[in-house]
Write a protein that binds this ligand. Sequence first.
Ligand code: ADP
Ligand code: MG
Length: 331
Amino acid sequence: MAVEPDSPDEFETIDRLFKPLSEGAPEAQGLMDDVAVLPARMGQDLVVTKDAIVEGVHFLETDPLDLVARKLLRVNLSDLAAKGAEPYGYLLSVSWSKRCGWPEREAFAAGLALDQKQYGVFLFGGDTTSTPGPLTCSLTAFGWIPHGRVVSRGGARSGDLILVSGSIGDGVLGLAASRGELSALEPARVEALVKRYRLPEPRVTMAKLVRENASASADVSDGLIADVGHIAEASGLRAMINLEAVPLSRAARAWLAKRVDPAEALLDLASGGDDYEIVCCARADRAETMIRVAQDHGDLTVIGHLVEGEGVAVSYMGDPMRFQRAGWRHR
Ligand code: ADP
Ligand code: MG
């Protein structure tokens, strides 16, 4: 039966757009069976994570769907990397909204195809529906790790250093930039920030380094301070963060240079979310190794350490900052 070009059919969507993304892998059964089949690997654990995104909540109706799809995949790969796992593949559930005709669906699939190549993953299967409501997608990513080696949030020890990958703050600045709120910055900087917000770069190449050296690790998605707080709580320790050590991109440094109060501005960057970096802990000698090796793929920077106690303490140039309901502020 012929399908109207402007009214995509569920089965044709699967056949035309999703089947190629399974890359003929046996796990996917050609997307023609009721299930996918993942063969067990001796001596390895399967690490699983899931994130869902909703139009109007996590992205705008005007956002290009190739970028929406890529970000959905990437935020999940970021979780796997933070645990030290190597990406394997993913399941995808999509509820298309009314605006999703063939061009939109094709863009969505094309975005996934691009990132599958970059990160070496493929599609195992999923579910496809339509909705009168907003476009909603959910992705479950699978990764492998040697048995028992997953790096939890709870393994840090007193005296461990806290390290963060790449740079912090571009997520929250990118969101502001995409809302047109950073017009004082040079256009090239604004563009870099918007790009980083729309298309984070998960630290997949750091997974091995993390699993071989880190005592605890988390993905930075809620905001650096909050995510360090998760590690401190799970490890039963107190985290000491030096704000001035938090690594920034060139665009974020340009933004910071225009702020009256650098400590408050750094707090905003360290409290904003959507960075998709890795924050991890390691003994000093291990941290040294990690920093040296990480130079080849995105850098790691020491931003603090852990001590006995609980909670998170934040300081700027040795001055303690205090936390209010509105966020972190000067003491
Ligand atoms: P079921 O009726 O058992 O739910 P479906 O008709 O939904 O089966 O799916 C048929 C096949 O297509 C399955 O292999 C399923 O995994 C795959 N599939 C459906 N939707 C998607 C999707 N969004 N992404 C990947 N595979 C999908
Ligand atoms: Mg189904």
